[in-house]
Ligand binder design. Sequence first.
Ligand code: PXG
Length: 464
Amino acid sequence: MNKITNHMPTAELQALDAAHHMHPFTDNSALARKGARIMTSGKGVWLTDSEGHKIIDGMAGLWCVNIGYGRTELGDVAKAQMDQLAYYNTFFQTSHVPAIALAAKIAEVAPEGMNHVFFAGSGSEANDTNIRMVRRYWDILGQPEKRIIIARVNGYHGSTMGGGSLGGMSGIHAHGGKIAGIVHIGEPNWWDQGGQMTPEAFGLMRAQELEKMILNLGVENVAAFIGEPVQGAGGVIIPPSTYWPEIQRICDHYGILLIADEVITGFGRTGNWFGSQTFGIKPDIMTIAKGLSSGYQPIGGSIVSDRVAEVLGSKGDFNHGYTYSGHPVAAAVALENIRIMQEEKIVEHVRDVANPYLDKKWQGLTDHPLVGEAKLVGLMGSIALTPDKASRARFAGEQGTVGYRCRERCFANDLIMRHVGDRMIISPPLVITPDEIDVLIERAWKSLDECYAGLKADGLLKSA
Ligand code: PXG
């Protein structure tokens, strides 16, 4: 078989990239001046770039390569499926084995009562599906005015017009606007916004914003609430323990649908198959993508409860679907990914081995002068950088400057640890071993030290 080689020097690849390739969420002219880092191969938790650096991937790609890189079984399955039936659709009363088998397997690992899957090509598409699905649900029940979806500031649900509108990121809304019928309440980010309140009191207050919003809008106009069990792109914001129980109570009390966006938290990330199980949430719909195939193929979907599926199926067609809904190759690969997760007990590894081992070391980072809090659930974690731990101060100057500088040090030390504002985040492949966790932590300390020294030298250790 042909192997994909570096057929050009890095500089030439970078020049072609700059000339022709528009990167997502990127200042493309700034990147053109700097040149993109070009990844060429991966194995386990390790990436190699075109310059031969061996990088530890603390982000599992983009929160997705949960079983790690280089599992050739997935490629074997993809080839076999392409050879046998490369494509067929699932419209017009047809189906095929991979979509059937994957839907049944997802129902097996999903929480009780969540037995139906609508496939999409990505998390964004799946959330667009959800918008149409919850509105259609109420329509069938004779309440077509129930259309508004309540979401959260700094939530992330994708970047299609629907997904971007559900998300609460002002930068995305600023580029192209948002669709009607979606409103946002505050996020449960105690470190940044909790003031003098305890985390528990703050969590409760933020959850109760949902009740206020429902009453404000009129429950007769509200279709659903959507939230990530743990905000990922928003900075790995793990909510206070009071938050989700109160959200659940409010959704139950007012009878509005609860959508848990599990695109990141699904498939083992939090130490259970789904984040909803970790946080005791009983959703009506769960959005999935990323870890469903460990990123080996683009695939997403909505796991739908029996109750919602029954209503949706009770009144003719549901006018929605994508050419690639349940794509056979993607479905076969996702199925193989779940087989590996089950056989190798990867969720158990997260819960019993990797999380406890990392947690101790992660908490240890709070001994560093720059680190205020360290939060971890399963294998998704964050640290808050601050010039003053006691007051949880922000840095003077533009938010994210310090986080960016820290990320640059990480990159220089062959560690991928991202920043969101001045929080540093990790979400490594779920197969990470204790030895590899040691390397990750060692490189994180080194990067934090270098960042701290740089801030000191440049006089930037000042509170806002
Ligand atoms: N929901 C959640 C919770 C996500 O994290 C999506 C939906 C959208 O999925 P697709 O497959 O359409 O990208 C996501 C995706 C970041 C970052 O900067 C995070 C995502 C995507 C791109 C960047 O952390 N998450």
